[in-house]
Design a protein around this ligand. Sequence first.
Ligand code: AMP
Length: 280
Amino acid sequence: MLVLDSVENVQEMIRMWRKDGDVIGFVPTMGFLHDGHLSLVRAAKSQCERAVVSIFVNPTQFGPGEDLDAYPRDMEHDVALLEKEGVDLVFAPKPETMYARDHSTVVIVQGLSHVLAGEHRPTHFAGVTSVVAKLFNIVRPDKSYFGQKDFQQVKIIERMVRDLNFRTQVIMMPIVREPDGLAMSSRNTYLTPEQRRQALILSQSVKWAEKTHAAGETDVQKIITTVTQMIRAAGPDLEIKYVTVVNPKTLEPVAKVGRGAVLLIEVYVGKTRLYDNVIF
Ligand code: AMP
């Protein structure tokens, strides 16, 4: 497995693989890998001749006062995990490699980037789309893999790919959970045992909504109200940012829970931001 930090070396390697006709699969990450990340890697491995993973804690997607410095990192462990999965190339650039001191270009997906999580993190998704656009240009993947846990992010990237004619197929993979239901996240390490216990209500309420909908409930307000109450009752450390049911394409609230509508939840547990969702 190659571990490279230079853009030119990655491009050179990819050029050779493309010349051989290899299909290239790509998984962008911020590292501190868990089984959620590895599910994307395994999909890339099984569907492509070459699997490329990037590890880059992208400074431009963290707002002022957010957890950029505290974000967990363990490069050695990540590299060992990826080696075991049979990944071909890890791109782990330094921030100064990705961003020239006078870099001045930003990719913004209007609208979708400023609702939901974008409302209280106004520059976050511009950071995500800008870095993913750069990574797509460096790796030129045929297929790229993203997790449903970050549903809004996937929808924004799909829109960017369409609007800017990137030649990659965006593939969304299901949420991987801990045995007790909590969606895996690098940020789960921030949780105290008590917060970890309270956080379980996210997956429990999502599961409740899924079951209720499967039993015939289509009243959006009823589902939102019950989920909200369940979370409010679950502990003093929980702060709801939103509980909403949206159209998967527009991310606008829907009036009725139809097939494909998505329940999206964002909750702060203490200072830790957690997401969960279900596609009905
Ligand atoms: P991150 O390192 O948090 O930027 O995540 C890298 C990719 O892994 C993103 O596409 C995430 O949506 C995805 N991912 C993170 N957690 C999970 C999970 N629990 N299940 C599936 N995919 C995930």
